[in-house]
Design a protein around this ligand. Structure first.
Ligand code: PEP
Length: 263
């Protein structure tokens, strides 16, 4: 099944779960998904800190179940190797069993000064290494309030994605991340329409529909409503992915919503 026809529930742990917590969380999520597998078109991905990837991959490998979560990383460096102290290349991630990589998260854009051009280089490297990039875009509160969200999204799509992009886009309004505030259905629908209209212009191909996710204070309580929004292909979850129960509740809510309305 191509990445375009899946629905996604992706957990971004950020720098938040210490080693033992991360291993336990991955184990609990995996065991639960094995006992009650979601339909195959729902892809779950967990994105732990770099330091946990190897051990979690080894533990996941014992399960051999298609319902096991896939492994994602939270960033990669654009060069394949070289004198880049503290950095990790896309190929190194592949060596650890990683299949997805989050790129251009607003925390990296803000805290590490990542530009759209730098993110595009990472997308190239990730794709060349065989990873599926999950590129985050989204406007700041002031940009939204000044009516500039659409032009920010256009700039980020134009700058961060490659022409033949084969990956996932996560719309994460910066003001919704970690704030407990989420856009209304109407606002989210408008933004998704803008993104879906912009993507073919950037990609310059019409044979691939980029899956577009929403991220920002997602909880299980909103998941059914989110998955009924046209053009929404999944969620990128921060805080609520740090506890097995809340992450699993989101996966279950997505399953129920998508099973009752197969659009
Ligand atoms: C995120 O930062 O990717 C995110 C969605 O965080 P939260 O769910 O905590 O808002």
């Amino acid at each position: 099944m191509s990445i375009a026809s899946n629905k996604y529930v992706i957990g971004n742990w950020k720098m938040q779960a210490r080693h033992d917590h991360g291993l336990k969380l991955a184990r609990e999520v995996t065991e639960n998904l094995e006992q009650a597998p979601p339909p195959p078109f729902i892809k779950t991905v967990i994105c732990p800190p770099y330091t946990q990837l190897s051990e979690i991959h080894k533990n996941l490998a014992h399960h051999e179940s298609p319902s096991c979560p896939a492994l994602g990383a939270q960033d990669c460096y654009p060069a394949p190797s070289g004198p880049f102290t503290g950095d990790i290349s896309a190929k190194m991630l592949v060596d650890l069993g990683v299949t997805y990589v989050i790129l251009g998260h607003s925390e990296r854009r803000q805290n590490h000064g990542e530009t759209d051009a730098a993110i595009r280089q990472k997308v190239k490297a990730a794709t060349a290494a065989g990873l599926i990039p999950i590129v985050c875009i989204g406007e700041h509160l002031a940009e939204r309030n000044e009516g500039r969200a659409a032009s920010v999204l256009a700039r980020q799509i134009e700058g961060s994605l490659t022409r033949g992009f084969r990956g996932i886009v996560a719309y994460e309004p910066v003001w919704a991340i970690g704030s407990g505030i989420t856009p209304s259905r109407e606002e989210l629908q408008r933004k998704l329409n803008v993104i879906h209209a912009l993507l073919p212009m950037r990609l310059m191909v019409d044979d691939f529909r980029v899956p577009v996710l929403y991220g920002g204070s997602v909880t299980a309580a909103q998941t059914s409503s989110l998955f009924s929004i046209k053009g929404l292909d999944g969620v990128l979850v921060g805080s609520a992915s740090l506890e097995a129960k809340s992450f699993l509740d989101i996966i279950r809510a997505a399953t129920e919503s998508l099973s009752s309305s197969p659009s």
